[in-house]
Design a protein around this ligand. Structure first.
Ligand SMILES: *Cc1c(COP(=O)(O)O)cnc(C)c1O
Length: 404
């Protein structure tokens, strides 16, 4: 008998989005006259900007001609893309990151799920609670998380760092030292972030203890406040303790296009071993490179026109965020996030559970959001709305909520 990887059997079913879909479908069937507005989606809705589309068309034409055709891409990604990333995302912000420290990939979900492979199975991970589920589930598959308690909704061998209104959504340094610390700022799902000075404390802690920080900066483009770091490498000493993961999904609408990258500094060494060399080996063995056409699309994101067009696209979503934030505040809700991220995290009124509020909002305002408890036990009593809808729908949804 072949034995399967039992760790997969430990994973609880991911019922969050399927339960939402079922509830919405049942409501729509029972109430065919009601128009449901969905503000639960974590996916972008605006089309690719013209500079990106033009670059893709040019690249397709190149692929159609033997003289300019491209086969396998280099393991790390094309130089034209890595050099523009190194310059604009890092060197222009004063971060000493070189192009050969950047690994181009098909997105941040795969990189944040795969990165744990280069670490020992004996170490313990630390995550914020609530959390983007990929960090924990990928470590469960590898057998690092112990046993799941359905009652507590936690794993026995994971360090949870609650982020709630009580601590201003700023995680505290763990008492027990983890091997890997996953941080995502600006944060999905809470939409909140921490200051550069607060991030520096994490960098100092990791350098002091030997832990490695996996920093997910997928929402970097949404930062509006000056004291928030766009990259962890803005913090002194981050190159000896942090890996940064970036995505083109939220800043450039590439959720269906697929492109991201991971930065592993050459100075990052543990147990005498270069993590850069390990990730290079892993990438070269298991990944055959992002498509040429898509890497050209990524390059266009950094062009003058691309930057201007995407600034407008991000501003479009952030206008929706402001509509939600201000609308909810005016209606008396306690609201967080929405300033440096396209997510609004609200406290459910009157001690309602996250799912009670979901049902109530659907029934009375016909608006769909995401129950905070689906992202971890500390998300109970909170609710997420996203700014990725259309302006008209966002306005209409808030008018309904205010009229309740
Ligand atoms: C959306 C998102 C990603 C994006 O991943 P891609 O695979 O690049 O689309 C990564 N991390 C977080 C926290 C996200 O919300």
């Amino acid at each position: 008998m072949v034995q399967v990887n039992d760790n997969y059997q430990k994973l609880p079913g991911s019922y969050l989005f399927s339960t939402i879909a079922k509830k919405v479908a049942a409501f729509a069937e029972a109430n065919p006259d009601k128009e449901v507005i969905r503000l639960g989606i974590g996916d972008v809705t605006q089309p690719l900007v013209p500079a990106v589309v033009a670059a893709m068309h040019r690249a397709v034409d190149e692929m159609a001609d033997a003289a300019t055709f491209h086969g396998y891409a280099p393991d790390l990604g094309y130089e034209f893309l890595r050099s523009v990333i190194a310059k604009q995302d890092y060197q222009d912000r004063g971060c000493d990151i070189q192009k050969d420290e950047i690994f181009v990939s098909d997105g941040a979900k795969s990189d944040s799920g795969n990165i744990q492979e280069i670490f020992s199975n004996d170490l313990k991970i630390a995550v914020t609670d609530p959390v983007y589920p990929v960090y924990v589930d990928s470590n469960v598959m590898a057998g690092r998380c112990g046993e799941y308690s359905a009652k507590e909704q936690t794993w026995s061998n994971v360090i949870y760092m609650p982020c709630t209104r009580e601590n201003g959504f700023v995680p505290e340094l763990p008492k027990e030292t983890p091997g890997i610390i996953y941080l995502c700022f600006p944060n999905n799902p809470t939409g909140t972030t921490i200051t550069k000075a607060q991030l520096q404390e994490w960098v100092d802690y990791a350098n002091r203890t030997g832990a490695v920080i996996i920093y997910d900066a997928a929402y970097e483009a949404y930062i509006t406040e000056p004291d928030v770091a766009h990259s962890i490498y803005e913090c002194a000493g981050a190159d000896t303790c942090a890996i940064e993961i970036r995505s083109f999904s939220k800043n450039a609408g590439f959720t269906g296009v697929r492109l991201g990258f991971t930065v592993v500094p050459k100075a990052l060494v543990r147990g005498g071993v270069s993590l850069h060399a390990m990730w290079a080996r892993r990438h070269g063995t298991k990944y055959n490179g992002a498509p040429y056409i898509i890497q050209r699309a990524g390059e266009a994101v950094y062009s003058k026109e691309g930057r201007a067009q995407l600034k407008e696209q991000v501003a479009f979503y952030m206008k929706n965020a402001a509509v939600i934030k201000e609308g909810l505040s005016a209606a008396g809700y306690e609201v967080y996030g929405g300033v440096n991220a396209p997510y609004i995290w609200l406290k459910t009124p009157g001690n309602m559970s996250s799912w009670e509020f979901f049902d109530d909002l659907l029934a009375r305002a016909n608006v769909v959001g995401t129950p905070g408890s689906g992202f971890g036990p500390s998300g109970e009593g909170y609710f997420r709305l996203t700014a990725f809808g259309s302006y008209e729908n966002t306005k209409a949804a808030l008018a309904r909520i205010q009229a309740l």
